[in-house]
Design a protein around this ligand. Sequence first.
Ligand code: HEC
Ligand code: HEC
Length: 380
Amino acid sequence: MSCATCHDPAYAYGPPNALAVQMGGSALDKPGLRAVPSLRYKLVTPAYSDALFDPDGAEPPGPGGGFNWDGRSNTLAEQAAQPLLSDFEMGNRSAQEVVDKVRQASYAPMFLEAFGGQAFADADKAFVFITQSLEAFQKEDPDFRPYSSKFDAYVMRGEGVLSVPEQRGKAVFYDPRRGNCAACHIPDLNQFTDQMYASIGVPRNPAIPANGSEKFYDLGLCGPLRKGFTGAVPDSSDELCGMFKTPTLRNVATRSVFFHNGVITSLEQAIRFYNTRDTHPEIWYPTKGGVPRSTPSASFPSYGLVATQYDGGKVQKFNDLPERYRENIDPQMPLDGRAPASAPAMSEQDIADLICFLNTLTDGFVKPAGKDASSGKCVS
Ligand code: HEC
Ligand code: HEC
């Protein structure tokens, strides 16, 4: 297993398959806890802070920065140490084991050239050199920040114009009354993330084996992978529970699983989750009690996670967040807590257009010789 097994360059250094979590460990039989993020456009990530300046200018400073879904690493070198030694990722038992492998690798001479003839002499120091070289690679190889999408070519460099549906989708993305995506996936600095944390109530994913235990909750900033927030004041971390880092939306259309737990399996479904989490919670969260209908009514939406329609029963809204943390849920549009069965923020046309716009964020765009760059629904 290499870093690229999970972070495949052909998928913007994201996962090459549709698994919510990847299998790792020495026998490749240990499931992870979270979906694999893309490694592109991570260069400008600041170190984690409880009070990072929020670039939207509207909100007070809050938790932001750091690597991983929970920001628990401050540098790429610090981050790289984790997968190398994790028993559900690369499965090495010790720094020494990693150092021994590198010492025997074809690139060992280059390693000695970069870090000196004694580079392997001390295992702890050599391990740090290894993580530093992984950081250098991710920072210096331009393939981690190609800025080669249609958006970069047409919007940033003015080499063309987006199609009409793509332009409409861009408007939805910015419109505070419709998508409002730009409030968090802020295009400033060109990264499509504000580097901040939010709790948006993503449904629990039963496909993650750890979730088989009712007691297990992945609470992002407040653990369990991230430690250290239970400091001087007991429970001082409560208001951070359930928060995950806003990911970049660059190359998001190359993914097959979405959000920290990979429960959502298409870009369209992700947008529909934002749009109908509050208006149709019954299609995103399981229902307890109630009588299942043998066939759902024609008006029951088929794009959610729940295919069965119930008469009666109680929808387990926010089922991946213990009750006491539910006030941490972010109230920003389109997740503004509107009433069940009321009108959602985006129309069908808005959703189709937004998908077209998000597809312009995929790297590797080649300007066509003919007149239009888009195909299918995204052409005018
Ligand atoms: C078994 C799959 C797997 C392997 C192998 C793996 N990673 Fe990851 N990587 C992940 C997952 C899952 C996360 C998210 C972890 C989290 O949030 O706790 C992640 C997160 C990251 C991040 C943070 C990205 C961000 O958005 O902040 C970086 C950087 C990274 N990995 C680099 C590496 C490097 C370098 C290696 C090789 C030394 C590696 N990974 C090996 C699965 C993997
Ligand atoms: C309140 C801030 C906020 C707003 C507004 C927002 N997002 Fe997000 N977005 C997040 C956070 C935080 C996550 C990660 C949540 C998680 O995994 O638990 C996320 C994750 C995503 C993902 C998953 C990406 C991946 O790599 O898995 C997609 C797709 C996405 N958002 C699209 C959108 C779109 C489209 C809009 C506008 C309709 C939008 N977001 C509005 C904060 C926001």
